[in-house]
Design a protein around this ligand. Structure first.
Ligand SMILES: [Zn+2]
Length: 317
């Protein structure tokens, strides 16, 4: 029998103190079903990617942002099966960036422990939390507050019954690779994809299905699922954008369909954002193929790349 939301939340709570984070330990449990419809449960805390921790320590900022992998993203990246349709249980309210990743990973419901609402994020960052709820609502994902002791749920974000589930502005390209992947062919396919898509920002990766079949995934950056150009004012009072950066999107697409990233095959048309690079390092990436190293979203991207290159954490081909 499937575990109750209270038991699943307890699994996250049980490991939260294993987090390396000295002040904000957070844990997430992801419960889903793999491609054979077998249930899986995985729990992760927020963490520093090993390569960054070893080379730079935990005090450093990378391109102005903390180089931690948030618990929700850590759980999604480590999921043993597809994340589409999975449910996530988090000890604290997710930040808007995690909300975007949860949405793009195809997760169907979000549960937040009631104790998480007494902590810093919920009390000091009300506007960010409001944005998190708005993102989930627009994406059709219900959110529940979990009271473990009382075994009660309080629905924080309700979705109308006839709500039409939104999707990508432009569907990503996912297609099998013929034979073993090769860098030269991957690069050719990625550049062709970029030209055909004619996107301002795009990314391509290769990921493997459970049976070992390689898949080429190409996608563009753009509005996170559920948002449009007109909804931008929603994020105005926060530091967050409603944009899904292409490489983060590619990682989430792979997770969504149960495909495991091949860290040797990562392409972006311009210098990735600091958050994309930290997530890449967390996903085991050591080399990135960048089409145009002169272009980036902003200065922060170049700063972050410099730090990571100097520390030999990431190289650019
Ligand atoms: Zn987060």
């Amino acid at each position: 029998m499937a575990l109750s939301p209270f038991k699943l939340m307890q699994q996250a709570v049980d490991i939260v103190q294993l987090s390396q984070h000295p002040t904000h330990p957070i844990a997430a449990t992801l419960a889903g079903r793999d491609e054979n419809d077998e249930p899986y449960i995985i729990s992760k805390t927020n963490t520093w990617p090993r390569a960054i921790d070893d080379a730079l320590g935990r005090e450093i900022k990378i391109g102005g942002s903390s180089p931690t992998i948030h618990a929700e993203v850590a759980a999604i990246l480590a999921a043993p099966g597809k994340t589409e349709g999975a449910e996530i249980f988090v000890t604290d309210p997710p930040c808007p960036n995690c909300a975007k990743n949860i949405i793009e990973a195809g997760i169907s419901a979000v549960y937040i422990d009631h104790k998480g609402f007494g902590k810093r994020f919920a009390t000091e960052r009300e506007k960010d939390l409001k944005l998190t709820y708005a993102l989930f609502k627009d994406a059709g994902i219900p959110v529940f507050e979990v009271f473990r002791e009382k075994e009660e749920l309080k629905q924080l974000v309700k979705i109308k019954k006839d709500f039409a589930q939104p999707t990508y502005d432009r569907a990503p390209l996912i297609r099998p690779v013929n034979g073993e992947p090769r860098i030269s062919e991957f690069l050719r396919d990625a550049v062709t994809f970029r030209q055909e898509y004619n996107a301002e920002s795009c990314a391509a990766i290769i990921a493997h299905s459970p049976s070992g079949e390689a898949q080429f995934i190409g996608c563009e950056g753009g509005n996170v699922i559920g948002q449009t150009r007109d909804s931008r004012k929603k994020s105005d009072s926060t530091k967050y954008s409603l944009n899904m950066e292409p490489l983060n999107r590619a990682f989430m697409i792979a997770a969504r369909y149960g495909l495991k990233l091949d860290p040797d095959y990562v392409f972006t048309c311009r210098v990735p954002t600091p958050r994309e690079m930290v997530n890449s390092v967390g996903a085991g990436v050591r080399d990135i193929l960048i089409d145009d190293c002169e272009q980036g979203r902003d200065e922060r991207s170049f700063e972050a790349l410099e730090v990571l290159q100097e520390a030999d954490i990431l190289t650019v081909r």
